[in-house]
Design a binder for this molecule. Structure first.
Ligand code: GFB
Length: 307
């Protein structure tokens, strides 16, 4: 990827897209093509076609998606399926039509079967039933992987896919019903501290295990893959380290210096019991994450609330 190559980052206002833009800019790329969703609705086939015909990007990072935490996935099930299918089909097809040199599609660790062996190896895709709360989102992301694979097989397109683990970082969503667990808990504990509340409600049992990665590490990994990876096989992007939701809540309490108690609400879903990525392929290629969980949470908390 030459420094003046025309690069389209789809979804540049989101947490992942904005991290990719920061990474590319820090590496000296100066010809980025960016559109907000109000300027270009990627769910719309003709708008996407006109954009690609006019701009003819050489490289595409497909980070545009409808995303959210466990409740948003479970509540807006049709939207998660429809919008993600439309966005990725339009962008991937137009990338084929307009001979994009390389495209990187971003999926999610929820593509794996709920009860797959852990750590989750890439080969476990489609070997069992999905987790019910995020099945529509997972089906859309699996379709995205298959689009990349099959445009490659049928037309020789140079499309690759990366499956990130659960992410957090700048520009995350802090809406308590729609967000993921890290921004939700940062906000809940911070507000409880500010208002001297004696306890904070945390969802589920605290037992599920999750792996978390700072989005700056993800951006670094996918920049690495865009430069170095050529294969059809999609690649997991994770830390290879997991933590229980209970321990996560304790870490966030500590970072924020909240001294009240945690009340577990079992009316809210736990979701999948465990979701740890195998990072063998990525390690073999020579990449490893740098940001440790507590340090990342400290940074995100400071940026959001202590400025
Ligand atoms: O982050 P989260 O919504 O993602 O939830 P998933 C992770 C765990 O944290 C679940 C618990 O066990 C939640 O019950 N949790 C505890 C909370 N308190 C809270 C809270 O206040 N808010 C939230 N959101 N969770 C999503 C998928 O699943 O992960 C998506 O639905 C996607 O498809 C994404 O893959 C990365 O890991 O459960």
């Amino acid at each position: 990827m030459e420094k003046n190559a025309k690069i389209y980052v789809a979804g540049h206002r989101g947490m992942v897209g904005s991290a990719i833009v920061r990474k590319l800019q820090s590496e000296g790329y100066n010809n980025l093509v960016l559109r907000t969703s109000s300027e270009l609705d990627l769910r719309n086939q003709s708008q996407t076609e006109i954009f690609f015909t006019t701009e003819k990007p050489e490289y595409v990072f497909l980070a545009a998606a409808k995303v959210g935490g466990i409740m948003a996935n479970n509540t807006y099930r049709a939207d998660f399926l429809y919008e993600n299918l439309m966005i990725q089909s339009n962008v991937i097809h137009q990338s084929y039509v307009h001979k994009v040199k390389k495209l990187l599609f971003l999926g999610s660790s929820c593509i794996y079967p709920k009860l797959a062996p852990q750590p989750l190896k890439e080969e476990y895709l489609l070997s069992g039933y999905l987790e019910e709360t995020n099945e529509p989102y997972a089906i859309a992301k699996i379709a995205g992987i298959k689009l990349c694979e099959n445009y490659r097989r049928q037309y020789g397109c140079h499309f690759i896919s990366a499956m990130p683990t659960n992410l957090y970082g700048p520009n995350d969503n802090y809406d308590l019903e729609k967000s993921h667990v890290i921004p939700a808990l940062i906000r809940k504990f911070h507000e409880a501290k500010m208002n001297n509340l004696p306890n904070v409600e945390v969802w589920g049992s605290g037992k599920p295990l999750r792996e978390f990665m700072h989005v700056n590490d993800l951006a670094d990994a996918i920049y690495f893959l865009m430069k170095n990876y050529k294969e059809e096989q999609f690649v997991n992007v994770g830390t290879g380290e997991e933590v229980s939701i209970k321990s996560l809540a304790e870490i966030i309490c500590e970072v924020i210096h909240y001294e009240g108690t945690i009340v577990w609400n079992s009316e809210r879903p736990d979701g999948t019991p465990r979701k740890l990525m195998s990072v063998e392929i990525l390690r073999r290629l020579g990449w490893k994450h740098k940001i440790q969980l507590k340090e990342g949470i400290q940074e995100v908390y400071a940026q959001k609330y202590l400025r």
